[in-house]
Design a protein around this ligand. Structure first.
Ligand code: ZN
Ligand code: ZN
Length: 258
């Protein structure tokens, strides 16, 4: 299995990161994409990717839309720092970046400005992008329309439903599904899982958030990715091991892992 989006660098998990990664690895999770949400968090993602090299950990660096307002004033200065981190060969992507109008923690205009500036960097550095988009698909797709031809896009925690799926796929985007697909009310997400071409799918925990159904309410961790795999294998009517192979191929291809 592969956890294509996790935050062992989060404050909920960082103190036990080694134990958590080891537990997941022993349970069959063979690679981890550790994602940054701000400058400090991205630095931690990179450090962990190096510390957990033997577990095939990699990092993505970027500024999450929630944090946009903190970086708005000296944006170029901060983006230069993130760009410097990408010189390390454990960094394989820029993210997570995007728009979040559900929480609206940063003003929407600021979110957009920082999203666009980071897309520019990703194009310049030729890095794939990990997108976080919540209740903002129209604005996000309008912005991405200027970039998708030059960028590989991963819609992490895809929440655009069937409504946006066709447009996302037309942009060459991949969708990542996580614990939410196991939740009782997520019929539409399961419908997405059913119709999406397997070549366009990745699976993730987004831990410590989005804990899958049997453990909902607990802190999520990478070993729980198993429950997402089980459900998707079921929906797709595949052997577990076949799903593992297909997802691993998509992951390696998207992040260009040899
Ligand atoms: Zn996210
Ligand atoms: Zn995340």
């Amino acid at each position: 299995m592969i956890d294509s989006h996790c935050h062992p660098n989060s404050k909920e998990l960082e103190l036990n990161a080694a134990e958590i990664i080891e537990r997941a690895y022993s349970a069959g999770v063979e690679s981890f994409m550790i994602v940054g949400c701000d400058l400090d968090d991205s630095f931690k993602a990179l450090s962990m990717a190096n510390n957990f090299k033997n577990y095939n950990a990699y990092a993505a660096v970027g500024i999450h839309p929630h944090e946009a307002k903190i970086y708005a004033d000296n944006l170029d200065f901060y983006l230069d720092k993130l760009e410097a981190m990408t010189l390390d060969n454990r960094v394989l992507a820029w993210g997570e970046i995007g728009l979040d109008y559900y929480y609206d923690i940063s003003p929407r205009e600021t979110q957009q400005k920082i999203f666009i500036a980071q897309l520019e960097r990703a194009v310049k550095l030729n890095l794939p992008v990990i997108l976080h988009i919540r209740d903002a698909m129209d604005d996000a797709l309008a912005i991405l329309n200027d970039y998708y031809k030059n960028l590989k896009l991963l819609f992490h925690c895809y929440a655009g439903g069937l409504k946006y799926l066709e447009r996302v796929l037309a942009m060459g985007g991949l969708c990542a599904l996580g614990g939410a697909v196991t939740w009782k009310k997520s019929d539409e997400l399961r419908e997405v899982a059913k119709i999406i071409n397997l070549d366009k799918l990745l699976l993730e925990t987004d831990c410590p958030y989005m804990t899958p159904a049997p453990f909902r309410g607990k802190i999520n961790e990478p070993c729980y990715i198993k429950y997402v795999y089980e459900l998707i294998a079921n929906i797709k009517n595949l052997e577990f091991s076949e799903l593992e192979d297909r997802i691993k191929n998509n992951y390696k291809k998207f992040f260009e892992i040899k």
